[in-house]
Write a protein of this length. Structure first.
Length: 269
């Protein structure tokens, strides 16, 4: 649910951004100036609010019932003891740990693809619709992120029930990589839009699954390219996602996890 933040921001932010860009010339300001002023102010307000609202750990969360607070504190302690039995125990050790470096590589590749899609999506939709970036483009741009919220709600929960976090992450990244490539080469707008929905969904839903890998291993303190074709750039982004999936298959090894039963995760010792 934490990862709902990004797609929800894009769902509401894309139309808002388009609307602000359409204000070009109002009160002597350009559209991009309206965009930075309004959205920058909103982000700053929420940032200040979050600083005071969010608690540092479950033990300090006054909004949690006593039994839930005690349960979370206990689970965190159990997880810490489990992870410390096989992972690095300090920041310095983790920086030279082979498995940590592999996980860094995977996350770097995922983020390379994610940021490419996030920044390129409005222009891609604009090209599909044959119009400039504005409110209409913003509404259509929100569609892939709506699908992303749905997929992120369903797939990680399935992975928790079955213990198949690794398999689900690989499949999501493979689908995303293929989809972003299809969106760049397809000449059919509907196909490109569906591909973009698949790409955005996979990139977002794969991230909470990814974080199950380092959290089973680490604990405590350890825990621009230019082409002549836009399709070539999309191929690179898609390739990064596929490569991330292949690295997980070949190199990521984590302690075995069992399906969640009765709301609790059972981990192998």
């Amino acid at each position: 649910m934490f990862y709902f933040g990004a797609p929800l921001a894009f769902i509401f932010g894309a139309p808002l951004s388009g609307l602000l860009l359409d204000l070009h010339g109002a009160f002597g300001l350009k559209g991009w100036q309206w965009l930075f002023l309004v959205e920058g102010l909103l982000a700053s307000i929420v940032g200040v609010w979050a600083f005071w609202y969010l608690d540092d750990d479950p033990a300090k969360a006054k909004w949690l019932p006593d039994n839930e607070r005690a349960y979370l504190v206990s689970r965190l302690a159990d997880d810490s003891r489990f992870a410390s039995s096989h992972g690095p125990r300090s920041v310095l050790a983790s920086l030279f740990d082979a498995r940590v470096l592999v996980l860094c590589c995977v996350y770097f590749l995922i983020q390379a693809a994610v940021y490419g899609v996030v920044f390129y999506l409005p222009q891609q939709v604009s090209a599909l619709l044959g119009t400039k970036v504005g409110f209409r483009v913003g509404l259509v741009t929100a569609l892939p992120w709506v699908v992303a919220v749905i997929v992120t709600w369903i797939v990680p929960r399935y992975a928790d029930r079955t213990g198949k976090h690794r398999v689900c992450a690989v499949l999501l990244l493979l689908v995303s990589g293929i989809a972003i490539c299809v969106s760049g080469v397809s000449s059919v707008p509907a196909v490109s839009l569906i591909a973009l929905c698949c790409a955005a969904s996979g990139f977002i839903a794969a991230q909470p699954l990814f974080w199950t890998f380092p959290t089973r291993y680490l604990t405590g303190t350890a825990a621009e390219a230019a082409f002549h074709s836009t399709s070539a750039g999309l191929m690179v982004l898609g390739g990064a996602s596929v490569l991330a999936a292949l690295v997980i298959v070949a190199l990521v090894r984590t302690p075995e996890s069992h399906p969640i039963a009765g709301g609790k995760t059972v981990k192998a010792s």
